[in-house]
Design a protein around this ligand. Structure first.
Ligand code: ADP
Length: 453
């Protein structure tokens, strides 16, 4: 072999060595990239000539790495979105594995069941006390997808102050896919408020029907007696007709109050809040009730205090009139002969306060928070006898809310009752119609009977 042949072999050998080294680099680049993908890290692309088996392998790797990476980021994004959606849900969502270990709980579930970050992986019966939740988990694990389990659970309240108020939870359980199922997902929806409203509605219908039935039964009984024989008996016929008239008036009042309340509660009542001079309005209310108070031998007074003729409140005139008519009417009804009913006013900053105080029977301490409820009466028989419907104060409460006012109640049994109404004060000058609308929202305050009214 000549020197030319030797040179040729050397060059060829060098080229082969370079090719082997390059291919070695490509293979280790692909290996590193696969390792990175396995660890869910971003892999580097491998640079190689696109020919030969190693080059084609590198090319396939590059294409696959881009696709796998894109899929991984899509999955991460979807997972993130799912967590945000689950976190924003008002419903509590809990996932358990077939061994009853907690796989996942969203924020509402953490709050509802008092879970923490260390709860994941622990046994659900250890984390959530209450056999009804375990029963729901077991019932769901027994199902086969796509069947679902539905139930309503009643659990003790979590507020230690109100333990007696149970929580109602509607639960829907679905098994996770797989055969056997890989666990279960349970969604808990708090329906406590819904059930409370349903109960209130049922109570209301029952109460209203009962209230309507009583005067109707009386009317029917007197009418039948009159038709039977009493119409010709001058010693009773007029009295019976008067009773019918009384009961018809009661029905009329009841229906009037029910309609007012329904309009107020549905928000259909239209209020025109404007500046009104409060002193003449209170004077006319007091005057309207003077005869009734006189008939019961009650002293009735109106003291404007530091309210002047120019003192203005911003409210609906009819609503304010109705509030004071109701309060004065109650004061007269629940004050025995010889007592007093005093209406007093005072300006207090941006509010006008009006007190309606009586020296009547008073309201027991435990019942104070309930007198604004529909149909609630301390003494049903007495209220009915006095022509009460049990709706007056709940109408007052709604009217005060619509005005943006406030009402305080102080009472002591046997000493008397004082209601104080706080109304938004308007500017006292003639242009006071440039007022702001009333603030909305409940601002009822009930004060324990601490002072003599
Ligand atoms: P009613 O038509 O029975 O008077 P209200 O809603 O006006 O209904 O009042 C609810 C209950 O609150 C009354 O039945 C009565 O027991 C009590 N109450 C209201 N005002 C007074 C008052 N001034 N003094 C004593 N009790 C009162």
């Amino acid at each position: 072999m000549g020197s030319a042949g030797l040179v040729g072999i050397t060059v060829l050998a060098s080229i082969l060595v370079i090719i082997v080294i390059r291919q070695g680099r490509v293979v280790s680049g692909v290996t590193r990239g696969l390792d990175a993908l396995a660890q869910n890290q971003k892999p580097r692309m491998v640079r190689a000539f696109p020919w030969g088996p190693v080059g084609r392998m590198a090319q396939s790797y590059n294409t696959a790495a881009i696709e796998i990476r894109a899929q991984a980021s899509r999955r991460e994004r979807d997972h993130g979105q799912l967590l945000v959606v689950l976190g924003a849900m008002a419903e509590a969502v809990v996932a358990v594995d077939p061994r009853r270990r907690l796989l996942f709980a969203n924020e509402s579930a953490h709050e509802l069941f008092g879970l923490g970050p260390s709860s994941i992986g622990r046994l659900v019966p250890e984390l959530i006390r209450g056999s009804q939740v375990q029963e729901a988990v077991e019932a769901t694990l027994r199902l086969e997808s796509p069947a679902t389990h539905h139930a309503e659970l009643v659990m003790p309240g979590r507020d230690p102050q109100a333990r007696s108020l149970p929580r109602h939870l509607a639960v829907r359980g679905s098994p996770l896919p797989g055969n056997p199922a890989q666990g279960a997902v349970l969604v808990f929806h708090d329906v406590t408020e819904l059930r409370r409203l349903e109960r209130m509605r049922q109570d209301f219908v029952a109460n209203a029907s009962h209230e309507l039935k009583t005067p109707l039964a009386s009317i029917k009984a007197y009418t039948e007696t009159l038709l039977d024989w009493a119409i010709e008996d001058p010693t009773v016929n007029i009295r019976f007709l008067e009773r019918i008239d009384e009961q018809a008036n009661r029905l009329d009042q009841l229906i009037h109050d029910l309609l007012s309340l329904a309009r107020l509660e549905s928000g259909q009542e239209f209020f025109e809040h404007g500046p009104i001079q409060i002193v003449p309005l209170l004077e006319s209310c007091a005057l309207r009730h003077r005869d009734r108070a006189g008939a019961k031998n009650l002293v009735m007074s109106f003291e404007p205090g530091n309210l002047g003729l120019e003192t203005v409140v911003v409210a609906d005139e009819e609503a304010v009139r109705q509030i004071f008519d109701n309060l004065i009417d109650n004061a007269i009804k629940y004050t025995p002969e010889g007592g007093r009913v005093d209406v007093k006013g005072v300006v207090d900053g941006d509010r006008v306060c009006v007190e309606v105080a009586d020296t009547g029977i008073g309201i027991p301490r435990d019942e104070l928070p309930r007198v604004f409820e529909r149909f609630y009466r301390v003494d049903k028989a007495r209220s009915r006898e006095l022509g009460g419907t049990g709706l007056g104060l709940s109408i007052v409460k709604h009217l005060i809310q619509s005005i943006g006012g406030q009402i305080d109640l102080v009472s002591r049994v046997g000493a008397g009752t004082r209601f104080t109404v706080h109304l938004p004060r308007g500017r006292d000058d003639a242009q006071s119609d440039q007022h702001e609308g009333p603030a909305r929202g409940l601002s009822l305050r009930q004060v324990e009977p601490a002072v003599d009214p």
